[in-house]
Design a binder for this molecule. Structure first.
Ligand code: 8YV
Length: 318
């Protein structure tokens, strides 16, 4: 008998095939009557497969009392009810490291694209405006700017390392100075970081403690000339405060890969011309998604084979 696995979100075909071969997959995400599915199978579901942004909340986990493991396709597991998992002996795994480079790449690309107006400039050429109206408006210089990194973990480090080629002014905030941040300036206070930076990258792992760490005060500290880039989670930012600041001009510009209530994002975003909006795809390359899927499936296989998990996130479930 193949183990019964509840699948919370769609996955690429290469993962789906491999999962279908080894498990009895229940496609929760495309089942209309989710309640009926859980009532029928809840007691026999042994694993949940989910994506970073979808997670698994405690109501869902409570409906799966035999669950042994939640495997997350993504590094962020903030949407998984970790306390419930700890209390009920449910393991959780994620996919760290394999996506770090791509997420950092997209963050840097977003900065360049936004500051150098690449979207509107491309439109300028393809619409014929270049020929009929002359040169495109001027952009903002990227190299030499003061780059602030809020959260110098794996992804923040790779953003800073890449941008070290653009500037010698890398500033960062974290819970403590990092030994690997040679030549970069540690600023313990996030508001002070925002005051001193031209560009602020938000690269924090999200948790209840970091919710809305980027608040109105911090956004105003970044200021009229400042740029905010978020490649972490929407919950790290007070989105209303950010929208207000972008609308009023008290913040210069923002590039975002993550939003509250994505993909049904606040329509106020669509009316702004000082933003670059991306569809939560920082890890979205074929190579990285294949590596994420493999790591997630390897964790699942290790669990059912009784082997140590490759990338567990909890210290020790019961
Ligand atoms: C998503 C992510 O999981 O790694 C994370 O935490 O949010 C992403 O990689 C990815 O978009 C798949 O849905």
């Amino acid at each position: 008998m193949k183990p019964i696995v509840l699948q919370i979100g769609e996955l690429p075909e290469w993962d789906q095939q491999a999962l279908d071969e080894n498990y009895q997959m229940l496609p929760y995400y495309r089942t209309d009557n989710k309640q009926a599915l859980l009532e029928q199978y809840g007691g026999s579901i042994r694993a949940l497969v989910t994506r970073g942004e979808l997670g698994a909340d405690s109501a869902l986990l409570s409906a799966c009392p035999a669950a042994e493991i939640v495997t997350v396709y993504g590094v962020g597991y903030d949407a998984v009810a970790v306390d419930h998992c700890l209390q009920n002996g449910i393991q959780v795994t994620n996919t760290p490291d394999v996506l770090t480079g791509d997420v950092a790449d997209l963050g840097v690309a977003m900065l360049l694209c936004l500051q150098r107006d690449m979207l509107s400039a491309a439109q300028w050429v393809s619409s014929g405006n270049w020929k009929s109206q002359g040169n495109h408006k001027l952009g903002t210089r990227v190299y030499g700017q003061r780059i602030g990194v809020l959260g110098l973990g794996r992804i923040g480090f790779e953003v800073a390392r890449r941008l070290s080629g653009f500037t010698d002014q890398i500033l960062y905030t974290d819970t403590e100075a990092k030994p690997y941040a040679d030549g970069w300036t540690y600023i313990p206070d996030a508001i002070e970081l925002a005051t001193k930076a031209d560009v602020l990258f938000v690269t924090l792992a999200a948790s209840a403690d970091t919710r809305h760490i980027v608040n109105q005060q911090l956004i105003e500290a970044l200021g009229k000339q400042g740029t905010l880039i978020n490649i972490s989670r929407a919950s790290n930012i007070d989105e209303d405060a950010l929208l207000n600041a972008l609308e009023s001009g008290s913040l210069g510009a923002a590039a975002l890969d993550v939003f509250d209530n994505e993909p049904d994002i606040d329509p106020r975003w669509l009316a702004l011309d000082n933003v670059l909006l991306q569809p939560h795809h920082a890890s979205g390359t074929v190579q990285t998604r294949q590596a994420m899927g493999k790591l997630m499936r390897d964790n699942l296989a290790a669990h059912f084979a009784g082997h140590p998990l490759l990338t567990p996130v909890l210290p020790e479930a019961r």
